[in-house]
Design a protein around this ligand. Structure first.
Ligand SMILES: [Fe+2]
Ligand SMILES: [Fe+2]
Length: 263
């Protein structure tokens, strides 16, 4: 079994497809992950499984890999998993920014249902939405992640690569929405806006529930302080622009009523 602890999870799933279902039972969605060469041993660490769950998960995987052998997996004592996720102050700042981005994502279906690229006012809503994505979600929030937070980790780690890939895919959808506006192609706009919404909702869930808690577990008090100061510096640079961007979300919520992301 030892050799499999140090093997990439995608390779294990390719060899033993049943492993994907077992991981799924523990909320570990490695199958759909677009990178997925995390090592089996790291997955438990990143997903913060309890000692008991870890032992049972490995036993189930061992049974698939070695169906004829009776492999005993010892329980490794781990810190009790907290019932609720709590974040350090700088990470909590990012979680709060996610809430604003999710308010926009929740409004997208309504925006698409009322899409009208033939009118100036119709086009303006989409342009403002893209402006929010570019300036708030991307320049302000993703830049904090890419330029500051992720730099504290090995950029070759799969989980970090997967986050970069999501950001890049989101940027590609945004580009296509802009082309759609130019071409007055409502299908292109709605398809890419929907795809952006889907992607971002999943991406934020991964960050809030897996990536950020895992990062927080690795940070020393000094690093938390550094991050706090660096994020505060970004906030200063952006001044009241993020607040102005939020006003657009409030305007839309007044128009369509406030919505919630259902998942
Ligand atoms: Fe992100
Ligand atoms: Fe994020």
């Amino acid at each position: 079994m030892q050799e499999y602890y140090n093997k990439g999870i995608k390779d294990i799933i390719d060899e033993f497809p049943q492993v994907e279902k077992i991981l799924d039972e523990y909320g570990i969605g490695c199958g759909p992950c677009n990178v997925g060469t995390c090592l089996l041993k790291d997955i438990v660490e990143i997903h913060n499984l309890s000692s008991q769950d870890e032992a049972v998960l490995f036993s189930k995987i061992a049974k698939v890999i070695y169906p004829d052998r009776d492999i005993k997996i010892p329980e490794v004592k781990r810190k009790e998993k907290p019932k609720e996720i709590t974040y350090s102050p700088p990470i909590n700042k990012l979680v709060q920014e996610h809430k604003i981005i999710k308010r926009w994502a929740a409004l997208i279906p309504e925006v698409i249902a009322n899409l009208n690229l033939d009118s100036e006012a119709g086009r303006e809503i989409i342009v403002k939405g893209i402006d929010f994505i570019k300036n708030y979600a991307d320049k302000y929030h993703h830049a904090k992640e890419e330029d500051i937070l992720f730099k504290y980790f090995d950029e070759n780690l799969d989980i970090i690569k997967a986050m970069h890939t999501d950001h890049d895919t989101a940027r590609a959808y945004v580009k296509n929405v802009l082309i759609g506006i130019e071409e007055r192609d409502e299908n292109k706009v709605s398809e890419n806006l929907s795809a952006y919404r889907e992607l971002l909702i999943e991406h934020i869930k991964k960050e809030d529930e897996i990536l950020y808690p895992w990062m927080d577990r690795t940070f020393s008090v000094t690093v938390v302080g550094e991050l706090f100061a660096k994020f505060a510096e970004v906030d200063k640079q952006f001044s009241d622009n993020p607040k102005k961007q939020e006003e657009f979300i409030c305007e839309l919520e007044t128009k369509f009523g406030s919505k919630e992301v259902k998942k």
